[in-house]
Write a protein that binds this ligand. Structure first.
Ligand code: NAP
Length: 169
């Protein structure tokens, strides 16, 4: 059975990592969609789709994941067509994992099986909080897998966020 999980992963953190670890116990193969792939270089979406592919692929190596596919997906701003758009871009799947009410609704309407997945230790691990810490020069590395921190450092990600915000670097 092949599953599908989507997020923006700005950035990929321990919460995503633990959810994916659990999903991998339930499926033979997993497609991970990188949502809002067209977005980058903003405070809300600092990282490009390519950078997010790197973060996720490196982290998956650590999970010894079986067959996984990481696919960037641009938004199409027409919700009624979005599921078809997704299906046209990724390998076929028969189960969707999400906690996003819109995503759940759209896939259910399309007749797909959807499982609601809460993020692991949600209070601690949140994209918004990680980006806030980066912006303010606070410690953020412990909130993401080590390999993800390496990717972000390798692309000088914190400086990018601070420069975009007009903060002194
Ligand atoms: P999102 O808009 O990126 O995330 C919304 C919030 O939900 C974030 O705070 C995120 O946390 C949190 N979250 C993500 N997964 C969660 C989970 N399993 N449990 C609890 N909280 C969770 O939405 P998304 O669901 O991660 O990604 C959906 C993607 O599909 C987006 O890129 C969206 O634009 C796209 N989409 C597009 C269309 C269209 O083009 N018409 C329609 C539907 C959806 P973190 O920041 O910590 O990850």
């Amino acid at each position: 059975m092949r599953g599908f999980f989507i997020g923006r992963f700005q950035p990929y953190h321990h919460g995503h990592h633990e959810v994916i670890r659990k999903i991998l116990d339930e499926v033979d193969e997993l497609v991970i969609g990188i949502g809002s792939a067209q977005e980058s270089h903003t405070l809300e979406n600092p990282f490009t789709a390519g950078e997010r592919i790197l973060m996720i692929s490196r982290a998956l190596e650590e999970l010894n994941a079986g067959r996984t596919y990481v696919v960037p997906l641009e938004d199409i701003y027409r919700n009624s067509l979005w599921v078809s758009h997704v299906c046209s871009m990724v390998p076929p799947f028969s189960i969707v994992y999400s906690n996003n009410p819109l995503v759940i609704r759209l896939f259910k309407e399309a007749g797909l099986k959807v499982v609601s997945t809460k993020l692991y230790r949600r209070v601690e691990y949140q994209g918004t909080e990680i980006r806030r810490r980066m912006l303010n020069g606070e410690e953020w590395e412990s909130l993401v897998p080590e390999v993800v921190a390496e990717v972000i450092k390798g692309i000088d990600g914190v400086r990018r966020i601070r420069e975009i915000a007009g903060k002194d670097v």
